[in-house]
Design a protein around this ligand. Structure first.
Ligand code: XMP
Length: 512
């Protein structure tokens, strides 16, 4: 078991960010709900605790709290924003509700030397977001830093190794944030910072062997990075006991299905059953124009094909799933619980629980970027590890309207040009995702001396961090021109190309 930091989640938007920053420093951490009894947390032998921020006010009767026994355990603690306030309150300090909450940047001045700010500059920009403030410190604490509007912006009890920051060290806008977290985790808490993917492989392999014993295991490959890494890791542990099933729904991009099978069979030497189910999916999709119905049909059909194939393999007890940490964190923020459904994302490979298998989810404690790092450690080809996000329902949601074999062929050809041109353009930064969309719009053109009446293709290229929000990429005009000229000249059935200049929100990344 690696040295572990527990992040007590008080409902912050930023809890996952704290976890990511911690892991970037080579420290393994997990997010746990704030109200877990200390006896339960202690059983996991935490090397330090981080108390997250949160939307509540410590001044209300039902303010989320934590088991105060944690303060008696001799474990170093860092409280962030609400986390600092709750620590101050529990240890006997006083707080006030601010008349005007403080949001956004502020200049932090370090006022007292301490291990938390050792090595950092005396002044730096930090990010604030709070409505309460500490006015009287608990016994043993000193004020370490302040901002013009927040006299108590950082506190510390060096003896007990308790620290608090009113600002958010985990966000990129806080210039000294990474250094501060490093100081807390590696210097103050004395963690080694040696958690890396290579050591993860070792413990994951041992755990999978222990769980599976001599039983048979199956896995659905989708072409995506999560299922690929999960399958490779499981194969590393149990070799030939694993069979991968690749359901080709016929909605992948040009060359992709063959590439997936070749990579897994020839490079990684996995046992892969490839099922060409394209005709079956097309038949189910015939005449369907509604995006949500397309998604549901594809999701169901995928499961049916997978079940049929799985039934042909005798004695299977386990199913590998590429579930990631953001999907399993127990305590979700209030923001993530609310929220309207915009579109039902189908993670093809997300198989139903009613299937009679026990689950193996070897990536369930990892973030996406860690999964990519793990894939590289396992020797997966870069084409898979660095693959752009691609929707489970595939090109079906990039063909607006009816999905037919002819339209798929047109879109594949146009999309291949978009990708090849952008890949070859040496852009910095590279767009996060880029592709073509086939619209049902037909317009008049002229080619040679003749009139044409053909389809409009839209090119979409976005910049984004995580797909939640996105901006359209400012591609150079010369590149757009090359893309447009090549598509119109090389793809029969298209005579006009448009570039999508809408951000998300208000648009979404995909058109359907
Ligand atoms: P939207 O269109 O919702 O897309 O702005 C955000 C990101 O999610 C991808 N996407 C999907 N991924 N199944 C997936 O696994 C889906 O059904 C799906 N729909 C959209 C999209 O490509 C973008 O990266």
């Amino acid at each position: 078991m690696p040295q572990t930091v527990l992040i007590l989640d008080f409902g912050a938007q930023y809890s996952q960010l704290i976890a990511r920053r911690t892991r970037e420093l080579g420290v393994y951490c997990e997010i746990v709900p704030h109200d877990r009894p200390w006896s339960e947390l202690r059983a996991r032998n935490p090397a330090a605790l981080i108390l997250s921020g949160g939307p509540a006010s410590t001044m209300t009767a039902d303010a989320p709290t934590m088991d105060a026994a944690a303060f008696e355990a001799g474990v170093p603690i860092l409280g962030i924003c609400y986390g600092m306030q709750i620590m101050a309150r529990e240890l006997g300090g006083e707080l006030v509700r601010l008349e005007h909450a403080e949001y956004g940047p502020a200049t932090l001045s370090v006022t007292t030397a301490s291990p938390l700010f050792a090595g950092g500059p005396r002044e730096s920009r930090v990010w604030m977001s709070h409505g309460d403030a500490v006015t009287r410190l608990p016994a043993g604490f000193a004020t370490l830093a302040s901002t013009p509007r927040c006299p108590v912006a950082a506190i510390g009890d060096v003896q007990r190794r308790f620290y608090g920051t009113q600002f958010h060290p985990e966000v990129a806008h806080t210039a000294c944030g990474r250094e501060l977290l490093r100081a807390f985790l590696l210097e103050i808490a004395g963690l080694r910072g040696d958690w890396a993917m290579a050591s993860f492989v070792e413990s994951a392999v041992a755990e999978i062997r222990r769980q599976v014993g001599g039983d048979r295991v199956i896995c659905a490959l989708s072409g995506g990075v999560d299922s690929a890494v999960a399958a490779t890791l499981v194969a590393r542990a149990i070799g030939e006991q694993l069979t991968c099933i690749f359901v080709d729904h016929g909605l992948l991009r040009a060359g992709e299905a063959d590439g997936v099978v070749a990579a897994f069979r020839d490079i990684l030497h996995l046992d892969v059953v490839a099922v060409d189910a394209g005709a079956r999916f097309l038949a189910k999709l015939a005449g369907i124009e509604d995006p949500e119905r397309k998604r549901v049909i594809i999701g169901h059909e995928f499961i049916r094909v997978f079940e049929e194939e799985a039934a042909k393999i005798p004695g299977v007890r386990y199913l590998v799933q590429g579930t990631l940490y953001p999907d399993v964190i127990e305590s979700k923020t209030p923001q993530s619980k609310a929220g309207d459904k915009i579109k039902s994302h189908h993670n093809v490979g997300g198989l139903p629980e009613r299937m009679d298998f026990a689950l193996i989810e070897p990536l369930r404690m990892l973030f996406k970027d860690e999964v990519r790092a793990l894939g590289r450690v396992l020797g997966l080809p870069e084409a898979i590890v660095a693959r752009q996000p691609f929707p489970g329902p595939g090109l079906a949601v990039r063909i607006i309207g009816d999905v037919t074999a002819e339209r798929l062929a047109i879109l594949r050809a146009a999309d291949a040009i978009v990708r090849a041109e952008i890949d070859g353009a040496d852009l910095d930064p590279m767009p996060w995702q880029y592709f073509a969309v086939l619209t049902p719009v037909r317009s008049v053109g002229v080619m040679g001396d003749g009139r044409t009446y053909e389809h409009l293709v839209a090119v979409r290229a976005i910049t984004s961090e995580d797909g939640m929000t996105a901006d359209w990429a400012r591609l150079p005009h010369a590149l757009l021109e090359r893309i447009s000229t090549r598509i119109v000249n090389e793809v029969r059935g298209i005579n006009r190309v448009a570039y999508d200049i809408t951000s998300k929100p208000p648009a979404t990344v995909e058109w359907e």
